[in-house]
Structure formats: C-alpha cells, structure tokens
Design a protein around this ligand. Structure first.
Ligand code: GDP
Length: 303
C-alpha cells in the first residue's frame, strides 16, 4: 500500500518542527509529495498540475499560525483545496415544482445504473416520496428483469415494457416510447418522482449517446445524473466528458466506493466537468447508498 498523503507530508516536514515559515525549498518538496500521492490515487494529470499549483500558491502566502506546525498547515491547505474542488457543500436533488420530478440516469454498462436506480428509489421512498422506476434500458438482455427484481425488493413500482409485445426487449422496443409512456403513467397514478434507467454500452459510442439524448428530449428531466464506477480510474474522466458532450448532466453519482479506489475519479471529474458529485454508492445492498460528502472524500484522498 502506498503511504498516505498525510504521512508523506508529515515525513517531508520532519526536520521542520518548530521552524516558522516555509521556505521555497520546503514548498517544492511538499509539492512533489502531493503530486505523487494524487497520481497514485489516479487523479488526472491536468487536475494534479492545477491542484499542486494552487496549493503552492496558498502555502507561499500562508501565515504560520501558532496552533499548527508547518506540516499540519499544509495538510489543512490541501484538505481545504480538495473540499473546494469536490464542490464544498453536498449538492441536493432539485424537485420539480409540479410533480412528477423526473430523474434520468446515464452511464456505461456495468457502471451500476440499474442498482443505483433502485437504491435511489428506496432512499426517496424512505423520505416520504412515491417513486416509480422506469426500465428504459432495453439493450442489456437482463436489465429490465434486474430492475423489476430490485424494484420489488425496494417496494417500489417499476414501469417496464411487457416482454414479447411491441415495446418489449425481444422486439428491440423503443426506450424513448417506454420513457414517455412511463411519465404519463406516473402522472395518472400520482407517483411524485420518476427514475429513468437508460441503456449503457461497454464503451462510448454514437448510437448510445443518441439514444440517451433522445430519451432526455422526450422526458425533459429535472435532473440527469451521470453514473460512473469509481474503480475505472483515469478512464472516468474521458467517459464523464463524453457523456457531458453527448447527453449533458446535472450531477454525478460515484459507484463502487466500497472498493479500494482512493477517490481520484471524484476529484478529476469534479474539476474537469465542473459538475457536482451528488451521491455515493458503496456496495451491492440497496441500502449501500448515501449523499456524497465532499469533506469525507477529501479525508479519503488524504488518508
Ligand atoms: P448497469 O449496467 O450500469 O445497470 O450496472 P448494474 O447496476 O447492473 O451493476 C453492475 C454490477 O456492479 C452488478 O454486479 C452490481 O451488483 C455491481 N454494483 C453496482 N453498484 C455497486 C457498488 O456500489 N459496489 C459494488 N461492490 N458493486 C456494485
């Protein structure tokens, strides 16, 4: 296991205890440690460069306070900078003035969208909402069934095309039509939130983007959430950018945070897209889900 950023910084400051100000050489040594630690955490290179430059700038200007030694002071600067990039405060869901609120999920196959859809529905239900899940992923053979099973576990209504009929999977049904009909059904049956699960592919492709964009245009979502696996490291940024250009989204959901990913993806995506990470998915159980907390992620990257 790599040394943590906090350890690295403490080590590089060992000889400095009691010394007042940071010299330029101290700052350079610190910057090197931060750079290495962020690269090891899979943060994208341009983000690392900008981050290190910002920390150097702040370290130069920092007044040495009585309470903190230089190592603690730099760690505080790094932490504050991480929290700022990660969005500061947790960004909450925006609900439509007139129900139903429509939330659309987009992302690559395997990112964890279908699981996330059910988690989000359960979370909203626990807060008093009456969500409806919509199976508009007609690409992956098992996706409709999986959403139905998870929806049942969450105790939430699932709107899905009947297998075998014209909208069904077997007939290469039309996900735009399914999504559109689902919104009408939600209005009729007084569900106040509609969560639309869309198809993903293993890689980014034109057709996938077009389909997601068509669903978006048909349902006019209040929130589009980009769902991304935190374990894919450097690839996360490329995927996040492709979905931003192809579909557009309001927020990000990071999945598989129960794995050993250090959180580099969170930092890279937040910085490069400017979109807030809103939710964290951290396990296979439906309750392994929470709001994303920038300060907790900053600690994870540091520690
Ligand atoms: P989709 O193709 O985007 O709909 O992805 P799925 O929801 O089918 O998830 C793909 C796989 O990842 C499944 O085996 C899920 O059980 C698993 N998965 C989803 N979210 C998480 C998570 O937060 N942690 C872990 N460990 N596994 C997850």
């Amino acid at each position: 296991m790599f040394a943590t950023l906090s350890d690295r910084l403490s080590d590089s400051f060992k000889n400095l205890r009691g010394k007042g100000r940071l010299s330029e050489a101290d700052i350079d040594a610190t910057a090197r440690e931060i750079r290495l630690a962020l690269l090891e955490a899979d943060v994208a290179l341009p983000v690392v460069k900008e981050f290190v430059a910002a920390v150097k700038e702040r370290a130069r200007g920092a007044e040495v306070s009585g309470a903190l030694n230089p190592a603690q002071q730099v760690i505080k600067i790094v932490n504050d900078e991480l929290v700022t990039i990660l969005g500061g405060e947790t960004r909450r869901l925006r609900f439509a003035k007139q129900a139903p609120t429509v939330i659309m999920l987009a992302g690559l196959q395997g990112a964890g969208k279908t699981t996330l859809a059910a988690k989000l529905a359960l979370w909203l239900k626990d807060q008093g909402s009456s969500p409806m899940l919509v199976a508009a992923d007609l690409q992956r053979p098992n996706a409709v069934k999986q959403l139905q099973v998870n929806g049942e576990r969450a105790g939430v209504t699932v709107f899905a095309p009947e297998p075998g009929n014209a909208q069904g999977v077997e007939h290469g049904g039309d996900p735009v039509d399914v999504a559109r009909r689902a919104i009408e059904e939600a209005r009729r049956t007084l569900h106040d939130v509609v969560i639309v699960d869309t198809a993903g592919r293993l890689g980014i492709d034109e057709e996938l983007m077009q389909q997601a964009a068509d669903i978006r245009d048909a349902v006019d979502p209040d929130e589009v959430l980009f769902v991304v696996d935190a374990m894919i490291g450097q690839d996360a940024v490329r995927t996040a950018q492709a979905f931003l250009d192809g579909v557009g989204y309001d927020g990000v959901v990071l999945t598989k945070l129960d794995g050993d990913a250090r959180g580099g993806a969170a930092l890279s995506i937040a910085k490069m897209t400017g979109k807030p990470v809103m939710f964290a998915s951290n396990g296979e159980k439906l309750t392994d889900f929470d709001l994303f907390h920038p300060d907790r992620m900053a600690s994870r990257i540091l520690d």
